[in-house]
Design a protein around this ligand. Structure first.
Ligand SMILES: Nc1ncnc2c1ncn2[C@@H]1O[C@H](COP(=O)(O)OP(=O)(O)OP(=O)(O)O)[C@@H](O)[C@H]1O
Length: 261
């Protein structure tokens, strides 16, 4: 797989609409994420942040518009003047470039840590088991979980499970990593550990990242830009320093006051 270096964004939302029944959650949304950048999404509860990530994982269907990954239409495209679904086979190829870490870890509870990590590399990427195990061991070291390799994931704490979930996402060698409030379900004292692992990944890889978080210090440290959503639209955007401190970003600062007290 090659990554375009000609300025094509890693992710582009073009006029994206998402409705659940008569609830329009995203309303003609446009934004891009340049290759290798880290973008944080913030906004009130229900503003559609998770929906954006789920659309990128094809866990939800678009109601209108296009999502492009590296310039390739991902789920739908225009053929002549018709808006049609991209065939599942092409979708799958693109989806394999995108990894996601969820708030609730979503690991297979009855498998061991190692089995969780090698599952997709072996069955989706068709790696040999030996190669997948060697990669998994390297990743377990990176997230500080080597000694839990043969534990079942239901024997692990929340913070440990989340570190395994991060290793599992990285095992697919994603170009794009989506992080959805990955520390919200964790006890406060282990949040910093998990954020430390993610910070290290941000510092040592060029993976494009789109994250939803309420950890503003973390957002400040890793993000190139912050986008503030409300009612299906981006209402403010800037680099984190400007967003969080410049009084012209009034909506963001009101939001932060409400969230952080
Ligand atoms: N599967 C679904 N069926 C119906 N409505 C849904 C579904 N998923 C999300 N919604 C609605 O879409 C809206 C946006 O939800 P979403 O989870 O994307 O918001 P969010 O900004 O991530 O919120 P939070 O910060 O609380 O996680 C909400 O009104 C929600 O009720």
């Amino acid at each position: 797989m090659t990554t375009p270096s000609d300025g094509t964004p890693a992710i582009e939302f073009r006029d994206v609409t998402k409705r659940f029944g008569d609830n329009t959650v995203l309303d003609g949304l446009n934004f891009t994420v340049p290759q290798g950048q880290r973008i944080t999404l913030i906004g009130p509860s229900g503003s559609g942040k998770t929906t954006i990530l789920r659309l990128l994982m094809t866990l939800e269907e678009l109601s209108g518009g296009l999502i492009l990954i590296d310039g390739d239409p991902y789920t739908h495209e225009y053929k002549g003047d018709k808006w049609v679904s991209v065939p599942e086979k092409r979708r799958r190829v693109v989806r394999n470039r995108v990894g996601m870490v969820f708030q609730q870890f979503n690991l297979f509870p009855n498998m061991t840590v190692l089995e969780n990590i090698i599952e997709s590399p072996v069955h989706v990427l068709r790696k040999s088991k030996d190669e997948a195990i060697a990669d998994a061991e390297r990743l377990l070291e990176k997230v500080g979980m080597t000694d839990k390799r043969d534990f079942r994931t239901n024997q692990l704490s929340g913070g440990q499970q989340q570190r395994v979930a991060i290793a599992r996402a990285l095992a697919m060698d994603p170009e794009i990593l989506l992080l959805d409030e990955v520390t919200s379900a964790l006890d406060p004292e282990i949040v910093a550990d998990v954020l430390g692992v993610l910070k290290e990944i941000a510092d040592t890889t060029d993976i494009t990242m789109l994250l939803v978080t309420h950890e503003m210090q973390f957002a400040r440290e890793v993000s190139d830009r912050v986008l503030m959503f409300d009612q299906g639209q981006i209402v403010e955007e800037a680099d984190p320093e400007t967003m969080f401190t410049n009084p012209s970003h009034e909506r963001t600062q009101e939001f932060l006051k409400a969230v952080l007290g």
